[in-house]
Design a binder for this molecule. Sequence first.
Ligand code: L3W
Ligand code: SF4
Length: 442
Amino acid sequence: MGRKLLLDKAHIEGIRYYDTYRSNGGYAAAEKALKSMGPDAVVEEVKKSGLRGRGGAGFPTGLKWSFIAKPEGVPRYLVCNADESEPGTFKDRYLMEFIPHLLIEGLLISSFALGANSAYIYIRGEYAWIPDILEQAIAEAKNKGWLGKNILGTGFDLEIYVQRGAGAYICGEETALLESLEGKRGNPRIKPPFPAVKGLWGCPTVVNNVETIAAVVPIINIGGDEYIKFGIGKSTGTKLISACGNINKPGVYEIEMNISVEEFIYSDEYCGGIKGGKRLKACIPGGSSVPVLPANLLLKTAKGETRMMTYESLNDGGFATGSMLGSGGFIVMDEDQCIVRNTLTFARFYHHESCGQCSPCREGTGWMKKVLHNIEYGKGKMSDIDLLWDIQRKIEGNTICPLGDAAAWPVAAAIRHFRDEFEWHVKHPDEALTRNFGLAHY
Ligand code: L3W
Ligand code: SF4
C-alpha cells in the first residue's frame, strides 16, 4: 500500500470537525511552526521539501514564497485557488469537503510564513455546498484560538475569508481570480508583474492551489527531508490524482510520486483496470488542457522507459511524445472512444470559457470548434485537418494567459497521435457518429 500524507486520516469518522481533527494530530504542525520555528524556518522547510504547485504548473512553492515583495507598511495576502474547474479534476473538492481543517491549518502556517494577516479561499461557484463546510471549520478554528488576534500568544493575527466564484473557468487563472476577488470581471492580467509583486489590490500576494497549501502541514510535521523520500527527483512527496473515464474504480487517490502509470491504471489499489475488460486506447493524464497520449506512449516513453506518475516522466519527450502531470485530472479512454468527438467536446468548452481579450484565443477557439464540429458531423474536408493544425499553432504562445495554450494543446496532440481517425471521419461521413473506434491503428 502506498503511504499517504494528506488522506491518511480521511477515513476517520468525524474528521471534518475540529475535535476529531485535533485529537488525531491536527494543528500540531501549526503549533510547531508558530511556537518553535518562525516564518523564515517554515519557508526554508518548504523549499527543502521540493514541494511544487499542485494546480497544474508545478512551480516550486518555496521559490514562489521567497519572491514575495516586502515593502514597508504594505499588506501581503495569501490567496487559495479553489476554483477547481479543469475538466477531469476534482481532487481539491475532496480535500475541502472531507478534511477542511487540513486546508485551514495549511493556510495558517503558510500565512504565518509569508507575513499575511488576511487569507482568501476563492472557491468555484459550482461547489455550492462546500463554502458552508469551510465557514464552519473557520468558525471552529477561530473559536479554539487558531485564527483571529495574537494566535498562540505569538502576536500573529490572521483572518480567513471564503469567496464564491460565479462559474467561470477563467477565474482559476491566478490574475483573473484576483480581478474577480476585487469585484471586477475575471479578465487575466498581463504578467509580469507577477502577483508576488503586485497582486490583490496591488499588494504582494501569493496564490497557491488547495492541495499545495494542505501539503505544507505534513511537510512541517515530518520535515522537508522526509517529504522528499515520498517521490523521485524533482517530483517529491505525494500527489492527489482524480481518476475518471473508462476505469473500474474512478475516484480520488493519493499516490507517492514513485509509481508507474501502468500500476496506477491497472492495480486494484488505484483505478483497478479498464472497465468491462476493454483495451486502453488513450489517456489525458493532467486535466483537459494537457496533451492526450495514445496507449503505447502512455505506459512507456518514446525511449522505451517505464512512464512514471511524475512531472518529469509524463513530460518526457516534450509534447511530441509526452504530456504533463498538470492538475492530476487523469482521464482514461477505452477502445470505443472517439478522439474527434472528445477533442470537439474540449474545444467547445474552451471556446465557451475564453474571456475574449486576445484575438487568437477568442477567434481561434471558435474556429477550432466549428471545424471539429464539421469533421465530427460528416461535413469535413481533408484540408480541414491541416486548417485545424494551423489554427492551434497560431494560438499557442500568442495570448495573455495559458487558456489559449490549453485550448491549442489538446487539438495538436489529437492530430499528432490520431490523424488517421480524423481522416477516417472525412472519408466516412455517414458512419462517423455511430462507429465505435477500435485499436486497429494504435
Ligand atoms: C514570481 C516569477 N512568480 C512564475 C508564478 C506564477 C504562478 C506560478 C506558475 O497556469 C497551468 C496552465 C494550465 N516571479 C514567476 C512567478 N511565477 N514565474 O508561478 O506560473 P505559470 O505561468 O507557469 O502557470 P499558471 O498561470 O499558474 C497553470 C495548467 O496549469 N492546468 C490547469 C489546471 C487548472 C486547474 C484547476 O481547475 N484548478 O488546476 C492543467 O494542466 O493549463 O498551464 O503562480 O505567478 N518570475
Ligand atoms: Fe482571455 Fe483567452 Fe486571452 Fe486568456 S488567452 S486572456 S482566456 S482571451
